[in-house]
Design a protein around this ligand. Structure first.
Ligand code: PEP
Ligand code: MN
Length: 442
């Protein structure tokens, strides 16, 4: 596991400028010596699961924070996010009549690309916040200083998150009946829930039928759950890339699934080279400027052997563009014979600023992009493979709309995100019911 990998010297966008090279070298040395957070065999399992998605036999749900933070790395916060993803997954499993592969934007989502390198407030200019793995969010010169020791802190925080997630998902907490009971209390207590009472009681009947038949499979008690984050800061990712002794191939051990963001997916850049090198299942975000040719070029470079499950395209077009831009991309990929997973991120193309200065997203626009995604795939006969959602398990007020009717004026109540606005627990579960309801009515 210790063989060094040599990385070519390619241009890398969005990298921090480390002020202290000795501190960076020390942090990287520490990372190189740390145990893996995930194992290569687990990554291969996820590739297999995603191969089922590519083949139309499963669905994938990715969900979690835009930016994880060290202060929110508590048992309560992790548990609430996990519960939310699990609740959504149960509803989607029923709606799609397909197994749902569960993936958290968790245990490594500590690095953020930024559209501007600096931030100005009241005439004061400071470096932008780049995620807790790099600097602090407080608008003070000291806090915003790039600090390589935080790379090691991000590793430890990810390690404790993953430890709790593994305990929860394997130790009985994620029992399907328990998850369903959370959904029932949601249905009973919120107006959104009442809206979807029929779907919830149908799920109830399906579970009651299974247990009446004496079915109590192990899958009810345990669940597979995988960790994903954006592979952004190469000084974190490269030291956590190891040669697997079993296969002799390089794997990132920083998370099961890594994706390359919209701002760093330059064809000849270091990020795409990194993704091409590792054997984990990988994703690439595709925004509205993506051409069909570029999508095919990316697929050729990242998955030359056309291994199903290896490559996921996470499209984030915006609700206004999904129906016009996506079809040609999907068609070109279909013609190329690449078995990609199509996953819809309905968040990043739908961010806007309110008149009172909050970055927000509207539930109606988010669900419209999701519906547009399903429409496009249905009309082309391809599989709408999954959803990628920024969410939290708490009652924050960051996105507007939904049955609860959160308005712009409510945003100031609990606007807590360190970066982009997330769906709260209620809006997330509502989205799952909304999609399930649409699938069931087909
Ligand atoms: C993100 O997923 O948080 C993100 C920055 O997305 P994108 O690269 O699609 O803008
Ligand atoms: Mn984001």
């Amino acid at each position: 596991m210790t063989a060094q990998i040599s990385w070519p010297n390619l241009p890398a966008a969005q990298q921090p400028e480390w002020p202290d090279s000795a501190a960076l070298e020390y942090a990287q040395q520490r990372l190189r010596s740390m145990p893996p957070l995930v194992f290569a065999g687990e990554c291969d399992t996820l590739t297999d699961r995603l191969a089922d998605v590519a083949a139309g036999k499963a669905f994938v749900l990715m969900g979690g924070d835009c930016a994880e933070t060290f202060v929110a790395n508590t048992a309560d916060s992790i548990k609430a996010r996990l519960q939310t993803v699990l609740q959504m997954a149960v509803v989607l499993t029923y709606g799609a009549s397909l197994p749902v592969v569960k993936v958290g934007r968790m245990a490594g989502q500590y690095f953020k690309p930024r559209s501007k390198p600096t931030e100005v407030r009241d005439g004061v200019e400071l470096p932008s916040y780049k995620g807790d793995g790099i600097n602090e969010i407080e608008f003070e010169a000291d806090a915003r200083r790039v600090n390589a020791a935080r790379l090691v802190e991000a590793y430890h925080a990810s390690c404790s998150t993953l430890n709790l997630v593994r305990a929860f998902t394997q130790g009985g907490f994620a029992d399907l009946r328990m998850v369903h009971s959370w959904n029932q209390s949601f249905v009973g207590s919120s107006p959104v829930g009442q809206h979807y009472e029929k779907v919830a009681s149908d799920i109830d009947r399906a579970l009651a039928f299974m247990s009446a038949c004496g079915r109590d499979p192990d899958e009810f008690r345990r669940t597979e759950f995988f960790a994903a984050h954006e592979a952004l800061v190469l000084d974190y990712e490269r030291p956590l890339t190891r040669i697997d002794s079993r296969t002799g191939k390089p794997y990132s051990v920083s998370g099961h699934f890594l994706w390359i963001g919209e701002r760093t997916r330059q064809m000849d850049g270091a990020h795409i080279d990194f993704a091409a090198t590792i054997h984990n299942p990988i994703g690439v975000k595709l925004g509205p400027t993506t051409t069909p040719e570029l999508a095919v070029e990316l697929a050729n470079k990242l998955n030359p052997h056309k291994i199903p499950g290896r490559l996921t395209f996470i499209t984030r077009m915006g609700h206004g563009q999904i129906r016009t831009v996506l079809p040609a991309i999907v068609q070109a990929i279909e013609e190329s014979g690449h078995p990609v997973v199509w996953c819809c991120d309905p968040m990043h193309g739908n961010t806007k600023e309110t008149s009172n200065g909050y970055k927000t997203r509207s539930y109606d626009e988010v669900i419209d992009e999701v519906f547009g995604f399903f429409e496009v795939h249905r009309s082309l006969g391809t599989h709408p493979g999954g959803l990628h959602i920024e969410l939290t398990g708490d009652d924050v007020t960051e996105c507007i709309g939904g049955v609860s009717g959160l308005s712009e004026l409510d945003l100031e109540d609990r606007y807590e995100t360190a970066c982009d606005p997330r769906l709260n627990r209620e809006q997330s579960v509502e989205l799952a019911f909304h999609v399930a309801d649409m699938l069931l009515k087909r």
